[in-house]
Each structure stands twice: as structure tokens, then as C-alpha cells.
Write a protein of this length. Structure first.
Length: 273
């Protein structure tokens, strides 16, 4: 099972029930959905995968909003017909060895999730066909329609122009870090998803150990740890002429600021104080 935001699940290796609003617990500290979602956002938003996920969320929100505004409806009959068509295409392509159910199982999608995606695809095609006033709508036409609606929607994805916990704004509505994290966790292998929780819990545990010893991990300690790690990196002949910021960005997909606030750096810094 993926460690997606889900109240009432078991805590990581503790056997205790996780309270509502948390992902896991360690000691007497809960890993809250909000802070975990933020760390997932910061971990992936600078990567190609994160960019694709956010773009997909934006496009889905665009399509949903415009379907409501324009009254475009995709009926159950529409979905049943196209579902059957896709199923037949897979059967024909594999000489009957695979069905749409087999493909969805391989991709980790439920029939309900696939039908929801199919509903948006059909809605997009209907709206583009109506606006372009023709039936033969190509994928390129659909992308052109989406680009025009992105301008109307005043889509914003710049973190500096968004409120706390918002990954994007579409038509004044927000796509949250939680929305983004849920999509990422659904797209990565379970081991990688669990690794995100483990890393965050290890960072929390390291900070708890510091607190128990009366040591404060504040901005001054964070910057001192960063300078120490940077100096160690720059003194290593293997990394001669490679800027530390470029190395961090290539390895983690994060800016220096995001990396310093992330769980990997926090854990390493805390353990070396």
C-alpha cells in the first residue's frame, strides 16, 4: 500500500494507529499530511516527472471547469462505448491475449480511475469540436484548445505568487500540495513512496535526538551545516570545477534553498551536530 494521506493507517513500524491528518508517527511526533505533502512537492517539482504531474493536474482542472461552465456532458453510454472500443483495440493488437482490464492492472489503474480519465478526454474532444466547429478534432487541436484556455484561466505556478500549500492556481481555484503528492505517490513504485516517508521520519527522529540533548537546530545551525558540506564537496578532487548548486540540482532536482529545508539535508545536518 502507498503511504498516501490516509487517516487511520498503521504508523511506520510502530503498530500504532496514525491519527487523522497524519501520514505516520515516530515517538510522540506525527508526520502531518501537510508537511509531508510539501516535502514531496519540493522533492519532485524540479524534476521532469513533477512537471508532468503538475501539468496534468492543471489540464484536468481546466477541462473539469470548462465542462461545468459550458454544460458539456459525457454520458455513461459515451463511456461504455469508448471503453469497449479501447478494449477491442487491445484485443486486436494482442490477438486476444490482453484486454483493457489486463492493461489497467499492469499500469496500476482501477477501471473507475480509467473511466474518469476517459471522461475528461471525451469532454475535451467535445469542447474543442464545438469551439472549432468541426468533428475531425486531432490531438494537436485539443492541445491548442487547452493552451487557449490556460490563458483564460490565468494559470499560475510560480510558488512566490501562490499562498501556502498551493502548487498552482486555475481560474482562482488552487491545486494543493496534497493534490500533487497524491498524484506523485500514485505514479512512483511503492518502494520509492515508502522511502519518502522513511526519509522524513528519519529526519524527524534526528531532530528529536538533538532536542533530547538540548541542542537547537535553527537557521544558524542549518547554514553552518551547509557550509561544512559545501566545503567538503569542493575539496574533493572528483568534483573539481563542478558548482555545488549544480551538483545538488542534478542529483535531487531541487534548488539549494529547497534542499536545505528538505529531509535528506536535515537528517545529515542533525546527525553531524
Amino acid at each position: 500500500a502507498r503511504p498516501a494521506p490516509n487517516a487511520g493507517t498503521e504508523s511506520f513500524r510502530s503498530g500504532r494507529a496514525v491519527p487523522a491528518g497524519a501520514v505516520a508517527i515516530i515517538g510522540d511526533r506525527s508526520l502531518l499530511i501537510g508537511e509531508f505533502s510539501r516535502s514531496v512537492y519540493e522533492r519532485y517539482i524540479g524534476r521532469e516527472q513533477g512537471g508532468r504531474v503538475l501539468q496534468d493536474l492543471v489540464q484536468r482542472r481546466l477541462i473539469e471547469t470548462n465542462m461545468k461552465k459550458s454544460g458539456v456532458e459525457v454520458t455513461k453510454a459515451d463511456l461504455d462505448r469508448h471503453y469497449a472500443e479501447v478494449d477491442q483495440q487491445y484485443r486486436n493488437a494482442t490477438q486476444g491475449k490482453m484486454t483493457i482490464a489486463d492493461v489497467l492492472k499492469q499500469e496500476g489503474l482501477s477501471p473507475a480511475e480509467f473511466r474518469q480519465r476517459l471522461r475528461l478526454q471525451l469532454g475535451l474532444k467535445k469542447m474543442a469540436s464545438r469551439d472549432f466547429k468541426r468533428e475531425d478534432i486531432s490531438p494537436a487541436d485539443q492541445q491548442q484548445w487547452l493552451r487557449s484556455k490556460m490563458l483564460d484561466a490565468k494559470v499560475e505556478q510560480d510558488p512566490s505568487k501562490l499562498p501556502e500549500r498551493a502548487a498552482a492556481r486555475v481560474y482562482g481555484d488552487f491545486i494543493t500540495f496534497e493534490d500533487f503528492a497524491r498524484e506523485i505517490l500514485d505514479s512512483v513504485p511503492p518502494r520509492e513512496a515508502l522511502g519518502l516517508v522513511r526519509t522524513r521520519l528519519e529526519a524527524m527522529h534526528a531532530l528529536q535526538m538533538l532536542s533530547a540533548r538540548g541542542i537547537t537546530y535553527d537557521e544558524k545551525a542549518r547554514k553552518a551545516a551547509f557550509i561544512r558540506f559545501k566545503n567538503q564537496f569542493e575539496s574533493d578532487p572528483k568534483y573539481k570545477n563542478i558548482p555545488f548548486a549544480d551538483f545538488i540540482r542534478e542529483r535531487s532536482g531541487m534548488t539549494i534553498d529547497a534542499y536545505m529545508k528538505g529531509p535528506v539535508f536535515t537528517r545529515q545536518a542533525a546527525l553531524h551536530l
